[in-house]
Design a binder for this molecule. Structure first.
Ligand code: DGT
Ligand code: CA
Ligand code: CA
Length: 575
């Protein structure tokens, strides 16, 4: 049994428990949430742990006490949980889907179930169409509108997959194709190569003299759920992972033009084709043809751009946002790369809502070759994340100092905090505490439904305190789940410039800032920090998606504070 299935079960139990009206239930809820987080991010299969050490071994895991260990045992043995079944009978609601919609928490979902028999997305849609939510006590017009918009947002991204889920799937397929033989070259194209934040389908290109064998091999892969189309040059399949993949087999001499074409974007291609036509060429997926009909495109993408008098540019830039003009002028910037990143400045531990200890977070960062991380746990106002007080942060200082001594100068944990920006723009911890920290992140978590001017003033006031080094997830959006809050990003960027505050590019499903907002903010003299907001050691891998997003925003290395060596980073942080 996979860890994820167990974690999902515990998560859903936690959600249902939150509907129970019992004293002290929040401790039980918290335990289930914690256990779910731990197990969801654990490398070792929980089932193996259980087989080796029984429930005793399970109880070593954070959040797992006797009753949860017993529940896991029952689930492993029978594939069922009586506690889950009992709760489910009482609350036959698709909590996971409903609560993923902005404006709809577990409590509200329960009310909708009790009053309107809403139990899943379909019945929710019906209720909205009939305007029944607006008339409910405790909801109203505004609340119905929020839920309607949340549903729209969820549907607009449905059918698309987050790049952080899609890219590993693509890479596994590519590895399989390479290992399967019969291919000379395999390359990813399409939106995944451009690192777009969501991907509609995967587009893989292959050079092979044995197209038929490659197609047979591809369509028979274990990862394939069904074959949509199969031909000698193109096949399309539905993957078990929940997205489609196109595979094209190409001739070596047209590979360059094909890679250029299928990498896209479509709008970029249209602009490039216009240049080709102007120069008397014809450009399509089969090649770049001169007046005599000779293919001058070649086997590499570079040669296609070169023949058109253009400089090659990274795929992340190809969105028709001015990159074609830059390429014609040979002024394509050298974008930041993952190897430039020297540390992660936004990380959590199990002291608040993470899954690992600080020692584990540091050890994993060292293995990645990082020079530093900032430990930035939550502050008290964020109660759901188990946020800590001034005194508790102060008490951590000597512990981190001691840990740092053990690294012999080869690695450093920056003493940090993700300090909540309160409703009125003041900060959740005292000035004296924040001054004792190396790295202060400011972040808005609560009261996000404010007027634009109010929210802007709130954030600007926080930045003007002069106590903040990084503004985390500046717009509050979550891809496909939560709309950005109303905020004037120009004013925020101006305040960031004035106060030397770096703007975060959060690499999780927040993807915040996103590519277009990065471009907007980069008009000001601001720095950026690409962070993973890691809640476990496994989350460090998300860095590549933040880097991809930074590249989509055309950022160069000198704009990224966590590309700096430790000494110069610390100098930047001195206020
Ligand atoms: P996606 O799959 O929605 O995330 O986005 P893409 O960009 O991967 O789009 P897809 O899979 O439909 O097509 C792959 C590439 O092929 C696309 O980026 C550009 C090229 N392409 C597809 N259709 C057209 C078209 O009608 N005109 C031009 N110029 N290029 C196209
Ligand atoms: Ca695609
Ligand atoms: Ca496609």
């Amino acid at each position: 049994m996979e860890n994820k299935r167990i974690a999902d079960l515990l998560d859903e139990i936690a959600k249902m428990l939150s509907l129970e009206d019992k004293p002290n239930i929040r401790f039980e809820i918290r335990a289930y949430q914690k256990a779910a987080l731990t197990i969801g991010t654990l490398q070792e299969p929980v089932e193996d742990m259980y087989r080796k050490g029984g429930t005793e071994a399970l109880m070593e895991l954070p959040g797992v006490g006797k009753s949860i260990a017993g529940l896991i045992e029952e689930y492993i043995k029978t594939g069922k949980s009586s506690k889950y079944d009992t709760l489910k009978k009482k609350y036959p609601i698709d909590m996971a889907s409903l609560t993923s919609i902005q404006g709809l928490g577990a409590k509200k979902a329960l009310t909708l179930y009790k009053k309107l028999k809403v139990k899943d997305i379909a019945t929710l849609k019906k209720a909205i169409e009939l305007h029944r939510i607006a008339k409910l006590e405790g909801f109203g017009e505004k609340s119905e509108e929020t839920i309607r918009k949340g549903l729209e947002l969820a549907e607009s991204s449905s059918g698309r997959m987050l790049i952080s889920e899609a890219l590993p799937i693509a890479e596994e397929l590519i590895a399989k194709l390479k290992a399967g033989g019969n291919v000379e070259k395999v390359l990813l194209s399409g939106s995944a190569r451009r690192m777009r934040e969501t991907v509609g389908d995967l587009d893989i290109l292959v050079i092979s003299k044995k197209a038929e064998q490659v197609m047979d091999f591809f369509t028979a892969l274990d990862a394939v759920e069904s074959v949509i189309a199969k031909g000698p040059t193109k096949s399309s399949v539905r993957l078990k992972a929940g997205l489609n993949c196109d595979l094209r087999v190409l001739e070596p001499q047209s590979f360059g033009a094909a890679v250029q074409y299928f990498t896209g974007s479509k709008d970029h291609n249209i602009q490039v084709r216009t240049i080709a036509v102007r120069k008397g060429y014809k450009l399509n997926e089969y090649g770049l043809f001169d007046k005599s009909g000779k293919n001058v495109g070649g086997s590499e993408e570079e040669s296609v751009y070169e023949a058109l008098g253009m400089q090659w540019m990274p795929p992340e830039m190809r969105e028709a946002r001015g990159e074609v003009e830059l390429a014609l002028a040979h002024k394509i910037p050298v974008l930041v790369e993952q190897k430039d990143i020297r540390g992660d400045l936004h990380t959590h531990t199990k002291w608040t809502d993470g899954a690992n200890t600080l020692e584990e977070m540091a050890a994993a960062a060292i293995r990645l070759g990082y020079q530093y991380i900032a430990n930035t746990d939550h502050t008290k106002n964020v109660t759901i994340a188990n946020g800590k007080t001034d005194a508790e942060f102060e008490r951590m200082i000597p512990k981190i100092d001691k840990l740092n001594d053990s690294f012999n100068g080869k690695f450093r944990i920056l003493k940090g905090v993700e300090c909540d920006i309160l409703k009125d723009g003041t900060l959740d911890l005292k000035e004296s505490t924040l001054n004792d920290m190396d790295c202060v992140i400011g972040a808005v978590h609560m009261n996000t439904k404010m007027e634009k001017s109010e929210m802007t003033d709130r954030i600007v006031k926080a930045l003007d305190s002069g106590l903040i080094h990084i503004l985390a997830h500046p717009t509050g959006r979550i891809v496909g789940k939560r709309e950005a809050y109303q905020v004037d990003l120009d004013e925020v960027a101006e305040a960031a410039e004035r106060n030397n505050v770096a703007l975060e590019i959060n690499s999780t499903e927040r993807m915040d800032l996103n590519d277009t907002n990065i471009m907007l903010a980069a008009k000001y003299k601001v720095m950026f920090s690409i962070d993973t907001d890691a809640h476990s050691t496994n989350d460090y891998v998300l860095m590549r998606y933040g880097v991809g997003t930074a590249r989509r925003g055309w950022l160069t290395k000198d704009k990224i504070i966590n590309s700096k060596p430790l000494d110069s980073l610390l100098k930047t942080f001195k206020k």
